[in-house]
Design a protein around this ligand. Structure first.
Ligand SMILES: [Fe+2]
Length: 220
């Protein structure tokens, strides 16, 4: 009797193992890997990092004022070529403040600098490959006299064993998107992967633009 019970236990376990294996195989077969397109790093990747680099870019260090501009919460999952979440990936973002000014010596525009804005943030993805940032909607700025860049957030995602991803996120519906040379340089289906549909929600009494931007890394 005991041996039969053990057998059933083993059979149950082996059945479970098969199920898990099949599920894993199905997940890979179903994986519609859509590589996040690379885009230029741009000239404004920080030369010097702010005094704090956490996920809340709306507050800088101990300053009491919040950065000016529309609040944005962006989150997503970093996955590999098999659609599996990547834990521990380093996600960096940098962007202009609400006026379109970067915290960088190469930004010589006269757009006012926001001293309360953090301009850069970084975090590692959690067990589920997730990341998130609280920031503000960046302002548009002139790249040349005839080219105004739409609001965008720069991303760099890296982890040993994977190709580094450098890209940019855009806000859907912005009229400047159609004329942006960097965004329009991408194929139409690649453009869709970097244009995020932000929804206006109320969070703790504050109006926030909330969006999801998933990212993929390719193994080396
Ligand atoms: Fe930029």
């Amino acid at each position: 009797m005991e041996s039969r019970r053990n057998f059933l236990k083993l059979a149950g376990l082996s059945g479970l193992t098969t199920l898990v294996t099949l599920k894993g195989a199905d997940a890979i077969a179903d994986c519609d890997f859509r590589q996040t397109p690379n885009q230029p790093l741009g000239p404004f990747y920080p030369k010097e990092f702010p005094i704090d680099t956490d996920v809340d870019l709306t507050k800088l260090g101990n300053r009491s004022e919040r950065a000016k501009g529309e609040l944005v919460i962006v989150s997503g999952v970093v996955t590999d070529d098999f659609c599996k979440p990547i834990k521990g990936a380093i996600v960096e973002i940098w962007q202009a403040c609400h006026t379109g000014k970067y915290n960088h010596p190469s930004d010589t525009s006269e757009n006012p600098f926001d001293p309360d804005f953090q301009y850069y943030g970084t975090m590692r993805t959690n067990e589920k490959g997730e990341y998130f940032f609280k920031t503000i909607k960046p302002g548009a700025y002139l790249a040349t006299e005839t080219w105004r860049r739409p609001p965008h957030i720069h991303y760099k995602v890296s982890l040993r064993g994977f190709q580094e991803l450098v890209t940019q996120l855009y806000f859907s519906g912005d009229v400047l998107n159609q004329h942006d040379r960097i965004l329009q340089d991408l194929q139409a289906d690649d453009q869709q992967k970097v244009v995020v549909d932000f929804k206006r929600i109320t969070d703790s009494g504050e109006e926030v633009l909330k969006g999801t931007f998933d990212l993929t890394l390719k193994r080396i």
